[in-house]
Ligand binder design. Sequence first.
Ligand SMILES: [Zn+2]
Length: 82
Amino acid sequence: MIEYIARKQDNIKKIVCNKCGRELELENGIAREDYCTVNKLWGYFSQRDGQRHRFELCEQCYEELIAGFLIPVENIEEKELI
Ligand SMILES: [Zn+2]
């Protein structure tokens, strides 16, 4: 969950991991650790057609989630980081 100051998406007030509830540390509106954002618009043939789900996971909760996958996530090494 990300809360913005005055609803401006470039002005982050708070980031909370939806799974564990831990608030990530911010410095000048920038997270001091990385996290995962899931932003999914459910479509036809789903039970949630038209619903957009968005949530954030801290790195630890992400690791716990993918550890339960039968097929590992695809891992593509990026050479150029922004
Ligand atoms: Zn977490």
